[in-house]
Structures are given as C-alpha cells and as structure tokens.
Design a protein around this ligand. Structure first.
Ligand code: MF3
Ligand code: CO
Ligand code: CO
Length: 275
C-alpha cells in the first residue's frame, strides 16, 4: 500500500493514516493559519508577566483567535476545554490554564492552534517571566536551536529520522534529555495526522520527505532525564525527575527546495528575550 496520497485542495478530510501531499491552495491556507498562530504568540509577549494567571492568558488566546476569524482547535478537542496549553517549568506539555499565577523566574510554553478556514496553524514558544536563572535560559536557547536544526533537515530526499537525529544530537551534546512520549505530527485539515515526527531518531530512517507534506516539529527538551509522567488530570505531562522542560513548535510544509515555515513571527519574536 502507498503510504503517501496526493490530495485535492477541497474540503475533504481523510482520516486514513496516509501522509498527505498537498498543493498550492493548501499551502495558501496553511500560510494564513500559521501566520495567525504566530501573531497570537506575538501578542502574548507583553501579557506574560509575574502575577498574571494562566487562565487570563488563555482568555487572551481565545479572544485573539476569534478576532482573527478562527477557532481554537483545542477547545473541545478530546474533551479539552481550553484555547491553548500553558506549561510552566517542569511541565513538559499540555499544561491546563487555571487560576495559577506566573512568578518571577518561571519559564513558560504557550501552545496555540487556530483553526482558520479549515486549516490548522500549530505553534508554541517559550516565554521568560521576569529575571530567569542562566541555567533555565540556556535550556530555552538550546531547545530553540534544536527546533531550527531539525527544520534545516526538512527537505525532499531526506528522511523524517534525519530531523529527529539533528535534534537529539544537539540536545544530548548539552546533556539534556529528549522527550520520547510526545511527537510532532502531520496536520492540515486535521489537527493531528500522519506522519508521527519523533524528536530522537537515527539518521536515514523513517518515511522520505516529499514536497507537499505538512507537519509540525515540536521538541520537548528536559534539563534532566527524558522520562515524563502524566498527572491525574489526564493531560498535564511533567518531568519524572522534576527538572525544567522547554519546547518550541513550528508548522512547516515541504517544498521542492526545502521547506516553508508557516508559523514564523511577523515581528521577529522567535525566541526570548523578546524585549
Ligand atoms: N497543540 C498541541 C500540539 O502541538 C496539542 C494540544 S491538544 C490539547 O500538538 F488538547 F492538549 F490541547
Ligand atoms: Co503540534
Ligand atoms: Co501545538
């Protein structure tokens, strides 16, 4: 069976586990959804301050998403009731917005996914709350470098494993742990689709990258060991050793020449410090 499928740019949503190869109209749809995701993350920069609740940030994400003509894809997704995920310090991913307040020294990931005209723009960035210790800032910097080194491998002819290999190599050179339990994913008309994009892999393994593939790269990197555990709320993933964890996420499309990053910040706010 062919694991790839060239899809028409109509509104058909195929949940058949094939890797979709999209055309120009789909690129245009992803460009708009990705740009909105990036604009929302840009708008959050001045709001991430000591004392703000993660619930207030979630309210802002919901409003910014609606103002952009989109819906937060997480709202109602598998029973999730919020407009984004906010993961603080040792929370690896899927932190649930609440009345918890941010405090000086926290490192925070905010992950947004506007669904605009049927297309998903999925992106996350780290934010620093006030003064953050050097060790934590280094983790954030290296995690951003991991994402970008992974993206550098995203071109036709390379394999998916080349992306994970580049990420793992860089993270482990800094003695950080690469989370295995959560992966990047195909997306487009679906929020989570084939292929699974693993962030620790052997070079030259996995499906070949072809023009028209859309997927996220979203490495979660721990200051300590890679192991995570799920809290009893069924969503929040934390590091087992309680070490800090960081993550950045972009949505990309493979082109003839390499790739297009759909979720680049229009204001150049790629990584902290944003001031
Ligand atoms: N945005 C996350 C991702 O990068 C998924 C969040 S699903 C939720 O894939 F339900 F936890 F919000
Ligand atoms: Co994602
Ligand atoms: Co995401």
């Amino acid at each position: 069976m062919n694991q790839y499928q060239t899809v028409a740019d109509d509104d058909t949503v195929l949940r058949d586990g094939t890797i979709k190869l999209h055309g120009p109209e789909a690129f245009e749809g992803m460009r708009r959804a990705g740009k909105l995701a990036a604009e929302i993350l840009d708008e959050l920069v001045p709001l991430v301050e000591p004392g703000v609740t993660t619930g207030a940030l979630d309210d802002a994400v919901r409003q910014l998403t609606l103002d952009g003509g989109a819906m937060p894809a997480t709202l109602g997704y598998r029973g999730y009731a919020h407009s984004c995920c906010i993961s603080i310090n040792h929370v690896v991913c899927h932190g649930i917005p609440s009345d918890k307040t941010l405090k000086e020294g926290d490192i925070v990931n905010i992950d947004v996914t506007p669904l605009l005209d049927g297309w998903h723009g999925d992106s996350s960035r780290m934010y620093l709350v006030g003064d953050v210790p050097l060790k934590a800032r280094r983790l954030v910097d290296v995690t951003y470098e991991c994402l970008m080194l992974g993206i550098e491998q995203a071109r036709p002819g390379n394999r998916l494993g080349d992306i994970g290999a580049a990420i793992q190599r860089h993270a482990e050179a800094h003695r950080y742990g690469v989370v295995r339990e959560f992966c990047g994913h195909g997306l487009g008309r679906l929020f989570h689709d084939a292929p699974e994009v693993i962030h620790a892999a052997r070079p030259g393994t996995g499906p070949e990258l072809k023009p028209g593939m859309f997927f996220t790269i979203e490495p979660m990197i721990n200051l300590g060991k890679p192991a995570v555990k799920l809290l009893s709320d069924g969503w929040t993933a934390v590091t087992r050793d309680k070490s800090l964890s960081a993550q950045f996420e972009h949505s990309i499309g493979i082109t003839e020449e390499g790739c297009e990053i759909f979720t680049l910040s229009p204001r150049g706010l790629h990584k902290p410090p944003y001031a």
